[in-house]
Design a protein around this ligand. Structure first.
Ligand code: ZN
Length: 187
């Protein structure tokens, strides 16, 4: 017996769906992409109903996309936000999205992050966080968001992160209903 090796890969449909060339200037443009990725994730049954993406905050250049891969990858930490941050780091060859000389980055998530992902956002160096569905929306369908408190967000904001919540909330929340209608497992 020896330690396993692991490779983290997005589902093969992602590059066919995502337009990497266009700019995504407004929060709604960014969230619409994230929601479209979430719907395709459900349609293809490649994981949980969560999606996220990293953008250059000011230019709207798309840097990376993430979807929830926890169940298919046997990996409890592969939530959409964490996958997007990992892919962004690999794309930018940097452990930090806030490194010296780099444009500022924004993480856009279809849902307010769980406790782990909120921690990951904090450590990522992202300048801003944009979310769609709320923690309550996720919990209402049976997801557990863990210990996330108003103080958690207050801490991020005190440290200089901009947080914008409930962008296209209804459309983002509809991912949960679509997932349930498709018979997806809530875990
Ligand atoms: Zn999470």
């Amino acid at each position: 017996m020896r330690s396993p090796r692991l490779t983290i890969e997005l589902p093969s449909w992602v590059d066919g769906l995502v337009d990497w060339q266009r700019r995504y200037p407004r929060p709604e443009d960014r969230m619409a992409l994230v929601i479209a990725v979430g719907h395709e994730q459900i349609r293809r049954a490649t994981g949980g109903p969560f999606a996220a993406a990293v953008f250059e905050r000011d230019s709207g250049v798309l840097v990376a996309v993430g979807v929830n891969l926890a169940v298919p990858s046997h990996n409890c930490v592969l939530h959409a936000e964490v996958v997007a941050l990992m892919m962004a780091g690999a794309q930018l060859h940097s452990h930090s999205l806030g490194a010296e000389g780099m444009p500022q980055h924004e993480l856009v998530s279809s849902c307010e992050p769980c406790a782990m992902c909120l921690g990951a956002v904090f450590w990522s160096g992202a300048a801003s966080l944009v979310t769609g569905a709320t923690k309550g929306d996720a919990e209402a369908v049976g997801y557990n968001e863990g210990p996330v408190f108003p103080e958690s967000y207050a801490h991020l904001e005190r440290k200089g992160m901009t947080v914008v919540r409930e962008i296209m909330r209804e459309e983002a929340r509809a991912l949960f209903a679509a997932y349930q209608a498709a018979g997806g497992e809530i875990y």
